[in-house]
Write a protein that binds this ligand. Structure first.
Ligand code: OGA
Ligand code: MN
Length: 296
């Protein structure tokens, strides 16, 4: 089946039609979607009425899936979603009620409002994420995406040569530690050592150069910590200027797939004590090895 794509932003993002994620895909269709991802970096599939198992099966066409940690387990909280392949991107507790303001799961979710890319702190890192909208609030809660290939192209020459060869260390807890979150146990902090990635990379599918950044990046290897953090902050600020950013306004049934290698994203606020937002994410690992992240 031939897919068609309508571009939604001057630089990237395609709305894809002609795909039914509920059915097994032909290898040619998978290849066409991968080609669209290489071109657009973010693909939007509208009006998808899919169940958890269908989202998981569709995502598996693109590689091995990560397993979601359940940070509440240590406190005896069950996961709300039963499939380990699904990341619960909602404001609901295991009883399907809006969680308390002080709930650790809320603190955890708040980190998503900082620019990041999924699983940069794992080895292998995240390649694609697919986020499906089940319930959305009446206002707010857009997800924003930044095109880091366009950002790299636009870097001033001095900054381009400065980032060449630089390596950043990504640590899963850094994003929430910046926010003052202290709820991680020693065992959790030990379980996932920091991972190193070059800041300037070449995207394999398109051959384009891009920045690889995230609020999980805690330092630049070989640089004094404050100098590295200042530079990381400047690069993230540069890479997320308005012209590089697409804001996705969610509709129920939207399935948005993005390339974590050459984009960043962030959540935006909504009235989360009043309204339910239920999105579910699968993340395809950037490597052949299945991840077993079942948390402490
Ligand atoms: C994610 C994420 C953003 C949002 O699921 O990885 O960052 O708007 N979500 O919920
Ligand atoms: Mn994310």
């Amino acid at each position: 089946m031939a897919i068609s794509v309508k571009q939604l932003h001057p630089l990237f993002v395609g709305e894809v039609s002609g795909v039914d994620p509920r059915r097994p895909l032909e290898p040619e269709t998978v290849a066409e979607i991968v080609a669209a991802m290489d071109r657009y970096a973010v693909c939007v599939f509208r009006d998808q009425d899919i169940a958890d198992e269908q989202q998981i099966a569709f995502s598996r066409n693109f590689g091995e899936l990560e397993h979601s940690p359940n940070y509440g387990r240590g406190k005896g909280q069950e996961a709300r979603l039963k499939h380990q392949e699904l990341f619960d991107v909602s404001n609901l507790n295991e009883k399907n009620e809006i969680y308390d303001r002080e709930d650790d799961r809320r603190m955890f979710r708040l980190g998503n409002q900082l620019w990041h890319t999924d699983s940069s702190f794992l080895n292998p890192r995240g390649r694609y994420s697919l986020l499906h909208a089940r319930k959305i609030p009446p206002a707010g809660a857009d997800t924003q995406f930044a095109d880091e290939r366009a950002a790299y192209d636009a870097l001033p020459a001095a900054l381009k040569s400065r980032v060449e060869g630089l390596v950043a260390e990504h640590f899963f807890a850094h994003i929430r530690q910046q926010l003052g979150f202290t709820g991680y146990s020693e065992a959790q902090l030990q379980a996932r050592p920091a991972v190193r990635h070059a800041i300037a990379q070449t995207h394999p599918g398109s051959g384009r150069k891009h920045l690889y950044l995230a609020s999980h990046a805690s330092q630049i290897v070989g640089m004094p910590m404050p100098e590295g953090r200042v530079l990381l902050g400047q690069l993230i600020e540069f890479a997320t200027q308005r012209e590089f950013v697409y804001s996705h306004k969610w509709r129920i049934g939207d399935l948005v797939m993005w390339d974590n290698r050459c984009t960043m994203h962030r959540a935006t606020p909504f009235d989360e004590e009043k309204h339910v937002r239920d999105l579910r994410r699968t993340t395809v690992s950037d490597g052949a090895v299945a991840l077993r992240n079942a948390a402490a």
